[in-house]
Design a protein around this ligand. Structure first.
Ligand code: HEM
Length: 364
């Protein structure tokens, strides 16, 4: 017998009284009603609702990755939830078009009533950044107004608390460091990757040095380019170089986590690595969609207020453009592509290792 639950009424369940009673244009309150302020409020509120959903998904994925060992089912769940975040982000980018039906002049009808309110003060947006793993020092110094300076004390506390928890970046780094496949009997991934890279670079050098169609100066140019590639690979192959770049802020992921991420990318066709590969790819998708939103928002701000400073006190368009590159979280995962080698150059896995990485059913 299933338990009887009390009947639910649509508007009561969704708290529509509160939700739909929460649009209070300032222009009307000041006796100068501006038609487009309703759109401005509704769009922002819709954003905040979606931010809430994004945080719900991010929190659940962080909880899954806080375990000492993350099983395959959890990775599948994490991928599904993060892909949902990406779909929401696509809506968020598209939603700016609705707001852009408001002209700059229509915006000026009510803009002055809003000072100093600004998206700058969106606690949920800052929580998303923190929980993904944006480091405070990545943004410090370059902004006229630190994002937190204008938050309410309660919002500041909530933000500080979120910094005390491990971010998705940190949890992913730990998970990568635990990858069991870097060393197996008969297969040392890093040694065989190094050997494959050396062979590939030596073959490139031989091709340039023996190419009869190149003039001496063309050969010089190509060899100089090859040296740059060699230096690039040295930066990932040598731990001391990696640590130096990390100390200088040019790398963030630990050496071992970087090795594991490379292994996952290079051997992603192996069944057991496929889901981790999808997971890493989805993290890059989230970062890329956030950067796309930042850029689209900056363009909209330019067309809406030109070069004026923002209501939050920043330089406006100029500041926002700067955040597009600087505020990426998973840059190390983007950079992995630099160090990929073609499938044909990839060391063949010993059968025992291949068996461990696959789930094959014996044929009858
Ligand atoms: C007419 C439309 C809009 C204008 C003119 C505008 C303008 C600005 C400006 C100038 C800033 C920089 C901070 C400041 O000095 O105020 C900013 C930041 C921000 N805005 Fe908007 N905005 C608009 C719509 C939106 C919408 C719909 C959202 C959605 C929630 C939003 C979210 C944000 C966020 C999260 C920031 C902080 C970004 C960061 O610091 O990285 N804005 N906005």
């Amino acid at each position: 017998m299933s338990k009887a639950f009390p009947p639910v009424e649509y508007s009561e369940y969704l708290k529509l009284d509160r939700l739909l009673g929460s649009q209070e244009p300032k222009s009307a309150a000041y006796g100068k009603p501006a038609h487009d302020e309703m759109l401005f409020i509704v769009v922002h509120q819709a954003y905040e609702l979606w931010f809430k959903q994004i945080l719900h998904e991010l929190d659940s994925v962080r909880a899954l990755f806080r375990q000492d060992s993350v099983d395959e089912r959890s990775i599948g769940t994490a991928v599904a939830r993060l892909q949902r975040v990406v779909e929401v982000q696509k809506l968020l980018i598209d939603q700016l078009r609705v707001l852009e039906t408001m002209t700059p002049l229509d915006f000026l009808d009510f803009r002055d009533f809003l000072v100093p309110a600004s998206g700058f003060q969106s606690l949920q947006f800052r929580l998303i950044e923190n929980k993904l793993g944006l480091r405070p020092d990545a943004r410090a110094g370059t902004e006229r107004t630190a994002p937190e300076a204008r938050l309410t004390p309660a919002a500041r506390d909530a933000l500080a608390a979120s910094r005390g928890e491990p971010s998705l970046f940190e949890l992913v780094e730990k998970w990568l460091e635990r990858t069991p496949f870097l060393e197996s009997p008969g297969f040392q991934f890093w040694e065989s990757y190094k050997a494959a890279v050396d062979a590939m670079l030596a073959s490139d050098r031989w091709t340039i040095e023996t190419n009869p169609t190149l003039s001496a100066s063309e050969r010089g140019v190509q060899l100089a380019e090859l040296e740059l590639t060699e230096k690039g690979f040295a930066a990932v192959l040598d731990e001391a170089t990696h640590e130096r770049l990390r100390a200088g802020g040019r790398r963030r992921l630990s050496f071992r986590a970087t090795q594991a991420a490379l292994l996952i990318h290079l051997y992603r066709d192996q069944p057991i690595l496929h889901l981790p590969f999808l997971f890493l790819t989805t993290l890059v998708d989230i970062d890329e969609h956030l950067a796309t939103w930042r850029y689209r928002h900056a363009l909209m701000v330019h067309r809406m207020i030109g070069a004026k400073i923002g209501t939050g006190g920043s330089s406006g368009h100029h500041y926002l453009l700067g955040t597009v590159e600087r505020n990426k979280v998973f840059t190390d995962l983007y950079n992995l592509s630099t160090f990929l080698i073609s499938r044909s150059a990839l060391p063949t896995l010993p059968p025992e290792v291949e068996r461990r990485l696959g789930f094959y059913y014996p044929r009858e």
